[in-house]
Design a protein around this ligand. Sequence first.
Ligand SMILES: Cc1cc2nc3c(=O)[nH]c(=O)nc-3n(C[C@H](O)[C@H](O)[C@H](O)COP(=O)(O)OP(=O)(O)OC[C@H]3O[C@@H](n4cnc5c(N)ncnc54)[C@H](O)[C@@H]3O)c2cc1C
Length: 540
Amino acid sequence: PSAHCTEMLCLSARHWALRLPHQLTLTSCLLLPSLALLSSGTSASVQAAQSEDKSRDLKRPGPRIAIIGSGVAAASAAYFLRDKFGSNCRMDIVTDESSATLVGGRLGVANFDGRKFESGGSIIHDKNLYMRHFADVLGLSRLYHGEETRLAVFNGRDTVLDTSDWYLVKMVQLLHRYGLAAFVQLRKFVSGMMEDFGRVYARQNAGQAYTNVLGLLSAMSDSFPAMATETIEKLLESSGFSSEFINELVAGAMRNNYGQNVSIHGFVGAVSLAGAEGGLWSVRGGNRLIVANLLSRLAQSQQADEAESGKVRLLLNSRVTQIAKDREGWTVTSTDASRSTVVEQYDQVILTVPPSQHFNIEIKDVKVPRVDYQTTVATFVKGRLNHDWLGLRSRQSEYSVLTGTPASPLDFNSIGYQHDVDKNPSDNVYKVFSQRVLTAEQVNQLFTNVESTHSVSWLAYPLYRRGLSINASFVLADGLYHTSPIELAASAMEMSAIAGRNAALLAFNDWTGKAAELTDPSGGGQPKPADQVLVQRDEL
Ligand SMILES: Cc1cc2nc3c(=O)[nH]c(=O)nc-3n(C[C@H](O)[C@H](O)[C@H](O)COP(=O)(O)OP(=O)(O)OC[C@H]3O[C@@H](n4cnc5c(N)ncnc54)[C@H](O)[C@@H]3O)c2cc1C
């Protein structure tokens, strides 16, 4: 068990909602020291960098690779390609984003009320080993999130839970409403899943790549694919959780994290609950610094490099319109800022663009299965919560409000008091998640004394409808890889980082002829002896 513990991953958890079980988890740890011990092994299984001849596996000159997009998946793919190929591959990161310092895809920062706030992916778990590793090699600070606010659960009509901001009182209130057993069970459920999930690091460290999502999940645990075939509601019901707990806290977390209800599949639902293990952080200055700094440092380090073969270029303002195969490899067509058409030739292409309703890249003779993505609007409001309308007891305190049931006619997903990206408390700034842009009337119903608002709309994550199949391929064609199918299992920064590394491994294994040995089409297979080291800090 201790070996497992060192490899444990806590799947990504989001936002403040998941701190609720976290707090109770801490309480349960006090009550149940054996459970606390189980989760104490947090040391990273991402290996320390060593020097190595990166060209040792190459039987021919390295490839020219295009990575399309500039979010977490792209940054991870670039980082791990560099790790595998060293300077024996040329990389172009081709993105429609316009500024090297602002890239990040669905990681975004909103400028509001003279401060910066996370508007997209906000919370990272301490056991998200890749995100943590990237922050560490880049020298970025991790800011841990505490339990600063009161928590309310609103059922669409009434507030059914309204806690104190005193930690111990809050614990007693939560235990009183849901019972100790629910939190002990939740902890068991989450830690068992995380232990299995952590196997992915050892396998990727060993160079193992997966051709499809089902295979990747099966390689972690035989039970994961089955979890994705039933709803989180059914899964928790059959594990003995009460309907009150499911319909209030769990449903509130699902609406906050994925803008959807407890009918989302069990695997993504469990990912959403993984914050129960605690240890949530974000990057000082904004999470997108991980992506921006990783990409620009890789590009800068290579510009200084004389060797053409090791060049990394960040091609901004380049919207890819077409990808096509010819005898030489792959041609990627894009339009640049001046609307000129640019055509480049590559040996391999890693596509990190989600196949949502906005996907508009033509890929000749290749079908990219489309997935409906859920719209989530993040609205920043400077104002006072309308305590009367929401039925909140305290008029002084900052609140986080979950709603497991749509709050007709407003239909918001959650409301959270905000700290800025440097963790300074804001002056009455709240973030509301909703499925549509809130009207002024709706904002004025939820808040009083509204001074200003600002909203950011995202095609945020797949609609985890019943029947959504996770049997999707990471390989679109020979030499053309796609990272986004991992979101069918669960959308989170760490998942994209895992998919980015998987794509880098697929590309490397194919290029070096190791695919037969290290890439199992069914995605299974035993890990091979570790031969993987990571890019050294001074190589970035
Ligand atoms: C509101 C919100 C809250 C979230 N909260 C969390 C959280 O707390 N924790 C967590 O772990 N995850 C969270 N997530 C999910 C997380 O942000 C995403 O799963 C992750 O950032 C996806 O990264 P990606 O690189 O796979 O995709 P993306 O970030 O979407 O990257 C795709 C890239 O492709 C580019 N692109 C698109 N079309 C083209 C084209 N034609 N040509 C060139 N480039 C193109 C885009 O500009 C972008 O750079 C949240 C997401 C949202 C929206």
